[in-house]
Design a protein around this ligand. Sequence first.
Ligand SMILES: Cc1cc2nc3c(=O)[nH]c(=O)nc-3n(C[C@H](O)[C@H](O)[C@H](O)COP(=O)(O)OP(=O)(O)OC[C@H]3O[C@@H](n4cnc5c(N)ncnc54)[C@H](O)[C@@H]3O)c2cc1C
Ligand SMILES: C[S@@+](CC[C@H](N)C(=O)[O-])C[C@H]1O[C@@H](n2cnc3c(N)ncnc32)[C@H](O)[C@@H]1O
Length: 680
Amino acid sequence: MIDQTKVSFQHDGSPYSNRFNDIYFDISQGTQQSECVFINGNNITARLAKGPKTFVIAETGFGTGLNFLLTLNILKKIWQKSATDQSNPAISTHLHFISVEKYPLSKAQLAQSLKLFPQFSELSQALISQYPEQPDQDIDLTFFQGAVTLSLIFKDATQGLTSLLSHQNQPHSALVDAWFLDGFAPAKNPDMWQPALFQQITRLSKEQATLATFTVSGQVRRQLVAAGFRVEKRPAFGKKNEMLHAIFQHNPHSGKGYQQRPMIAKPQHVSIIGGGIAAACAAYALTKAGVKVSVYCQDFSVAQGASSNHIGALYPLIHQQTDDISLFYQQAFNYACQYYKNIKAQGFDFDHDWCGLLEISYKPALTKRQQQFANTSVWPKDLVHSVNKVQASQLANIALDDGGLFFPNAGWLAPGQLVKQIFNAAQATHRLKIETGCHIDKISQQANGKWRLHSATKDYTASVVVYCGGAQGIPLNIIKQMPLSSVRGQVSNLASNEKMAKLSTVICHKGYVTPANNNLHCIGATFQKDSFDITSKAEDDKFNLDMLNKCLPGISSWQLTDIVSSKARLRCMTPDHLPVVGAMPDIQAHKTQYAHLSKDKHWRYHESTPVIDNLYLLTGLGARGLCSAPLLAEILSADICGTPYPLNNEQLFNLAPNRFIIRDIIRRKFDSSGTTKAAD
Ligand SMILES: Cc1cc2nc3c(=O)[nH]c(=O)nc-3n(C[C@H](O)[C@H](O)[C@H](O)COP(=O)(O)OP(=O)(O)OC[C@H]3O[C@@H](n4cnc5c(N)ncnc54)[C@H](O)[C@@H]3O)c2cc1C
Ligand SMILES: C[S@@+](CC[C@H](N)C(=O)[O-])C[C@H]1O[C@@H](n2cnc3c(N)ncnc32)[C@H](O)[C@@H]1O
């Protein structure tokens, strides 16, 4: 028989547990504290609004049912909105809310507690009317004509979760999308927070399941990490300063160990080789996360490599289909737009104009592509949409012969200024040191695991090294094992004139032309594979101007003599045109450890990725570094600080440095000794 006698009501009417000497919720904060921790901590509103077929929330400690009512109320609002908003498809989610409660309130206690929330009276009534008089048998309650099921399991949390069926070892048929880890704090209720509870959480979690809890205790954090979660402290609400947010991203049963990124203890200090947008974003992300950073750059100042152009276009690479590349760049672009606005809002200003970007259909194949974009609605219109020639001319403020695809949130910025300002933002944390004029010509790992960065004049010690050296650093030892290549590109800067001064959007053709920044337009760019030459060439200026005149005939009256300056720099490319971010793989160990993938690409491996300890890469940014660098830096910071990743495992693997070696094993590029087979 369940003991319900240990609850009393305080003078403000809120329930108090005499058993645990703790409150059920802080009524002085209304419902905001619970909302902040459980609802926002699991991003419930946005996730339910997407209308998943089913969504499963599991909670430890049902108590008064406040968290359940908050969730129900969100769903109700989403349904109401979708019923009135014609542009929104009807949402037909089935919500399954599972709550395990060892010491349930009686029906009368529940009713008395819920009087505190008159705003939910209708929903509370629906709950109270179905709540058992004697809450001792597990029971399913339904709401909204069966669209919501509430399973109440009146047992100890671990025991209750153990009784739930899940398809063990099959992550895609696991059960739970979001965890509300309630129950009184570990200090007051140590019996609940046992390793067995976390084992059940691992067993029942779907990939990417989220978890939120009031407690930030170190013991709970460590147990969550051991259970496969990446954990982050977040500010909470009111009297509660902090909470935990976590995502299940290390499922030990996934069978794809090579997709598991290594976990390291968050270091105090990280050394970065680089000086461009990759290094700047990495330094900012890490310093913000509390890590001290030293940047080593070979040039006399930062932003002298590929990230030094006078003008660069900020836009994503979007194909007609939602393939991996386009989905990554869509997310990276949205992230970058916010990120740069945020840098500017902090007072770190740089020349830019979010004036949109037009990909002009200058040849029949592109007109066909444009038509296909117009006929499908794969991408949101505010990302990209088709425009006809009249609309294109209006957007460009210049007469154009063709329509194209328009990216309304894209634009241009001054990369050199931006990089310096991101470094300034990092410097404002007082955790950044930059050494310029320092070419790292070799890195070596010592017996104690520490790194030595060797330069002509001095050696530096580092506990964690991040390579952000772009194409110029490709020859660096260890890094040169990666399939990175250099593609030289030259841009030409031209004096503005009356006609071109009107240009009000970036135009991409085979190359591109930008609106003026300080009376200079930028046109580009050349592509020369495997070249490391950064001297400007007159023939490349001519190529850029000829290309503009061929693709957009008559748009300008520019002559070669209008070219004020030009610059050649190197793009760092990867074989699949996606960048790399993550730990440097131990390539030889991959060949032996995952050899069976050459016979069966679905072979299940639980062994996690063998890596070169404490060496990371953020590079291969190709021709879209301005778009991808901020999101990549966030992933790097998650790698190094153990916090949740902004992407799921499959997406992360598309960016992982070891993806090339895994693909090569699957494609049988090696013989049994692990040596690359000679080409036929
Ligand atoms: C002509 C051209 C036009 C482009 N246009 C656009 C555009 O419009 N939009 C866009 O998004 N992208 C564009 N890009 C691509 C973009 O510039 C790159 O993706 C981005 O700048 C790469 O940044 P990064 O930090 O990786 O490399 P970089 O900016 O090259 O920085 C690498 C830094 O590392 C330093 N370094 C290297 N090795 C060492 C070492 N061993 N020791 C010490 N320091 C070292 C270098 O000196 C350099 O400062 C263009 C590129 C080119 C070449
Ligand atoms: C802070 S209260 C819950 C608050 C609740 N979410 C609400 O909104 O009312 C904690 C709950 O956890 C329950 N609990 C404590 N230990 C438990 C255990 N081992 N298993 C299941 N529930 C437990 C308590 O009975 C209590 O109802």
